[in-house]
Design a protein around this ligand. Structure first.
Ligand code: SAM
Ligand code: SF4
Length: 329
């Protein structure tokens, strides 16, 4: 079985947002005062496991567990253990802010996760606190260490904002090279309404960052046709194995090769990051007539609603009112 959308794209990668809650409040991701979902609206661990199984039965080979912060979700390790055993699943991975990795890194690795993405927008403690509103950089650095010790392959993710951290890109790259980690820089996306900064004023294109980086590092383009390249376009620095990626939803649209869909914490199957097209899978999961076959049918039918591409407009009110913590980044 394969999931194929109306534009002929095969969907083999699903991101499950297991909670909308988080222990940080990154300025680009959340408003300072967030109202989180009542727990009854959020899918249970068993419901997420059923979803994972259905997607893998339909040919999905990669699942990413995300949020909100997935490591604040109770039962997360059981979910990983369950998903890690699905026959047909080639890759189980996670995106985390890293604060709980000292506690969980080994259990995550033991559950079958080989690669994780850790968000790191600054290695300056004050800036880190400013960007996350109250985060402690040391906790994340300890998390990175714990993940390395557990044998997890790590990619750092950094959302670049012109007046917050864009000037720190060479330093962040140096950190990644020294620690032998991959790193990707992401253009901020207009998801949800935030108050501290204007998204347009903070916009800095990947090309701008790369030119800035070229002043200190000799960058060599990588072959981005590899299956795991995704929306990142990668460069390398002579003598190092780290990959330096740029994810450019504004300046280099990657929708033509999109192979992914997302499921929110409430079980809404989002067909595109930048559009509202969605199908309610919680209704299927909680139906008195629930069957695995009916759930699979709902997923197959949903593929017809996957839009061709996203349109982000930084100068106007966000068209997408949901925040990234709801979307599942
Ligand atoms: N809490 C985890 C974390 O921070 O890694 C996982 C969820 S977070 C929503 C996933 C990724 O989305 C993070 O790398 C974060 O930096 C990124 N992100 C959040 N809001 C974003 C936005 N408006 N534009 C671009 N990336 C964003
Ligand atoms: Fe939390 Fe991740 Fe959003 Fe930051 S980006 S507020 S860590 S969910």
């Amino acid at each position: 079985m394969q999931l194929i959308d109306s534009f002929g794209r095969t969907v083999n990668y699903v991101r499950l947002s297991v909670t909308d809650r988080c222990d940080l409040r990154c300025v680009y991701c959340m408003a300072e005062e967030m109202t989180f979902l009542p727990r009854t609206e959020v899918l249970s661990i068993e419901e997420f496991a059923s979803l994972g199984r259905a997607f893998v039965d339909l040919g999905v080979t990669k699942l990413r567990i995300t949020g909100g912060e997935p490591l604040v979700r109770r039962g997360i390790i059981e979910l990983l253990q369950n998903l890690g055993q699905l026959p047909g699943l080639k890759e189980l991975c996670m995106t985390t802010n890293g604060t709980h990795l000292p506690q969980y890194a080994q259990a995550i690795r033991d559950a079958g996760v080989k690669r994780i993405n850790i968000s790191l927008d600054s290695i300056n403690p004050d800036r880190f606190r400013q960007l996350t509103r109250f985060g402690d950089l040391n906790q994340v650095l300890a998390g990175i260490k714990a993940a390395q010790q557990a044998g997890l392959k790590i990619k750092l993710n950094c959302v670049a904002l012109k007046h917050y951290n864009a000037d720190e890109v060479p330093e962040l790259v140096k950190f990644a090279l020294d620690e032998d980690l991959d790193i990707s820089f992401i253009e901020e996306m207009p998801l949800g309404k935030i108050s501290e900064h204007g998204r347009a004023a903070e916009y800095v294109s990947s090309d701008e960052l790369r030119s800035q980086l070229s002043l200190t590092h000799e960058l060599q383009p990588q072959d981005n046709s590899q299956a795991d390249a995704g929306p990142s376009r990668y460069w390398q620095v002579e003598g190092y194995s780290s990959r330096i990626g740029f994810i450019s939803p504004h300046s280099h649209n990657f929708c033509g090769s999109c192979n992914r869909v997302r499921v929110t914490a409430t079980g809404r199957l989002l067909l595109c990051l930048g559009n509202e097209h969605s199908v309610d899978l919680r209704q299927q999961l909680r139906s008195e007539h629930y069957s695995e076959a009916a759930l699979r049918d709902a997923i197959v039918n949903a593929m017809h609603h996957k839009p061709e591409k996203h349109y982000f407009d930084l100068d106007n009110e966000p068209q997408i009112v949901r925040f990234m913590n709801m979307t599942g980044g």
